[in-house]
Unconditional design. Structure first.
Lengths: 272, 275
């Protein structure tokens, strides 16, 4: 029971160069897998491919296979796939449906489309709103919220669908630290219940906090992957990505000649 | 999902829908089913046009617009809004018919080569009343019905979710477009665009604002479509509605009666009974 990418390559329609090359990535149930990389390294494309939107909805050519629970998803219609894999994008305003006048209805939009019983939709919606700390804003107009609040609404809308597999493309780009923490907690709870989550981020602190494994993309290829603690090191800078603040702080402390104990305490304080 | 999912440490409890969703309107006219109000607006507008003379349309205006608007407590807003809505066309139609009515004999006023006749005035008044009835009927509907309510009601009656979505999106993305336009205006001003001063200067300033507003919306269509797909919008079959406006058999009978009445008027008109 998992989502797997096997030797996946992808080229956008009309593009000369492929955006992804030979990508192997496994998302076992209950795992939070992080992907990072510099801008234009292929993170967003990887999300579209993993969620089945590329090439199904946007065209282009794919090589290799996306395997969902042991089955290749090649011939699946989008609505069947959407019930299994949810995807969230960076820009919150394009993720609002545009047909709702309250935050509550916006979050309920996905479960309503799934034709779930009304009572279950209402319960799930309150639960998802509580998960991202938006219960108080349930009756507000989603278009009148800040970018960060809109992003939380979009994420709540995905959480309310109880996805078995969730793909998030830089979901916390517009969030403050408190909002990021709420999203991190909700994602960990979702994973604890058995969902697999793929998250791309430039904020490696978030990846360090919630991911079991991390892969780094460069020019469409995975160049490093492994346990989060092994990948999220000082060496990331060479790949155009900042290491987590704790790692950088520890390294600075080492260079300044502080002892092991002081380095450790600094790293701990940074993580908190 | 393998385990029991609990997204938040806070229990949702048995909270039901937030109060503002599907909240009944303030007056009994507001609380009528949206389809009933839409039927009333459409049939009264058609009736005002079909009926000949002055008395019929005035009665329609009074019975289907003024009285309900007073009952709903929106008469003042209705008068202002519908007057603004109808003013340009009403004024031009009134003046045109007053001064240029073909074959008018009884001269009321002569301004150079232009002559206002009594026959022209009578016809102009007839046109004016009809325009007021149409704009009043439409305005009454919009003042007493929330934008999405009719769409929800139609979807409950079996209209495809896609059709409902398009209808709803076209109304509800207006505030988003206005917001985007104001952001772009601010951004263009920051780069030296002059949007104040003479009419010509303002008009010149419109192009660098309207362009990005429209192009930006088009550019976002793909991501918006993908986001909708990801939320199972393309799933075939009916979707669950959280609420639907109340309806009654009395209202259903009234709607059919209104439609039958208008059909009767059309037949009478064709048969020459209404003159």
């Amino acid at each position: 029971m998992s989502l797997r990418l096997e030797s996946v390559g992808y080229r956008y329609a009309g593009a000369l160069e492929p955006a992804l090359l030979d990508v192997d990535l496994a998302l076992p149930d209950g795992a939070v897998v992080g992907v990072t990389g510099a801008s234009e390294s292929g993170k967003s494309t990887l999300c579209l491919v993993a969620a089945g939107l590329a090439p199904r909805a946007i065209g282009g050519r794919i090589r290799g296979h996306v395997i969902l629970d042991g089955q290749a998803i090649d011939g699946w219609p989008m609505h069947r796939l959407a019930a299994e894999v949810s995807i969230g994008f960076q820009n919150p305003s394009t993720q609002l449906s545009g047909v709702t006048t309250t935050v509550f209805e916006e979050v309920a939009f996905g479960p309503m489309n799934l034709a779930l019983p009304r009572g279950e939709i209402i319960d799930r919606t309150w639960e998802a709103l509580a998960a991202v700390g938006l219960t108080e804003l349930a009756e507000r107009d989603p278009w009148r919220l800040s970018g960060g609040q809109q992003q939380l609404v979009a994420i709540a809308g995905l959480l309310a669908m109880h996805p078995r597999h969730l793909v998030l493309d830089e979901p916390t780009a517009q969030l403050d630290p408190a909002g990021t923490q709420l999203v991190a907690d909700a994602l960990l709870r979702l994973a604890e219940a058995g969902a697999s989550i793929l998250i791309t981020e430039q904020k490696t602190d978030l990846l360090a906090a919630i991911c079991s494994t991390v892969a780094v993309l460069q020019a469409g290829r995975i160049v490093v992957s492994g346990a989060a603690a092994e990948v999220l090191t000082e060496g990331l800078a060479e790949l155009g990505v900042s290491a987590p603040a704790g790692v950088r702080l520890r390294s600075a402390a080492r260079e300044a000649g502080l002892g092991e104990d002081a380095q450790h305490r600094l790293a701990q304080a940074s993580a908190q | 999902m393998a385990g029991r999912l609990q997204l938040s440490s806070e229990s949702p409890g048995d909270r039901g829908l937030p109060q503002s969703i599907g909240r009944p309107g303030p007056s009994s006219f507001h609380r009528l089913n949206p389809l009933t109000k839409a039927t009333l607006a459409t049939t009264s507008a058609i009736a005002a046009v079909i009926m000949g003379g002055l008395i019929g349309p005035i009665l329609v205006l009074a019975a289907a617009v003024v009285v309900p608007a007073a009952a709903a407590g929106v008469l003042r807003r209705l008068a202002v809004t519908s007057a603004l809505l109808a003013l340009p066309i009403a004024l031009s139609a009134f003046l045109l018919n007053l001064f240029f009515f073909p074959g008018g004999q009884q001269v009321l006023l002569r301004i150079g080569p232009v002559v206002a006749t009594a026959e022209g005035l009578a016809f102009a008044l007839e046109i004016l009343v009809r325009i007021m009835a149409i704009s009043g009927a439409v305005t009454l509907f919009y003042l007493t019905t929330r934008a999405g309510d009719l769409v929800v009601d139609l979807e409950r009656r079996g209209v495809s979710p896609r059709v409902a979505f398009v209808a709803n999106a076209s109304v509800q993305t207006v505030p988003a477009m206005v917001e985007r336009a104001s952001q772009i205006t601010a951004a263009q001003r920051a780069r030296g665009l002059d949007t104040e001063g003479s009419f010509l200067r303002r008009a010149r300033g419109v192009v660098p604002i309207v362009g990005p507003v429209i192009l930006g919306s088009i550019a976002e269509v793909e991501e918006r479509t993908l986001a909708l797909e990801a939320r199972s919008f393309s799933r075939p079959g009916r979707r669950t509605l959280l609420w639907a406006p109340a309806d009654s058999s009395l209202q259903a009978i009234s709607r059919w009666a209104l439609v039958a009445g208008v059909i009767g008027l059309v037949v009478a008109r064709i048969a020459g009974i209404l003159g």
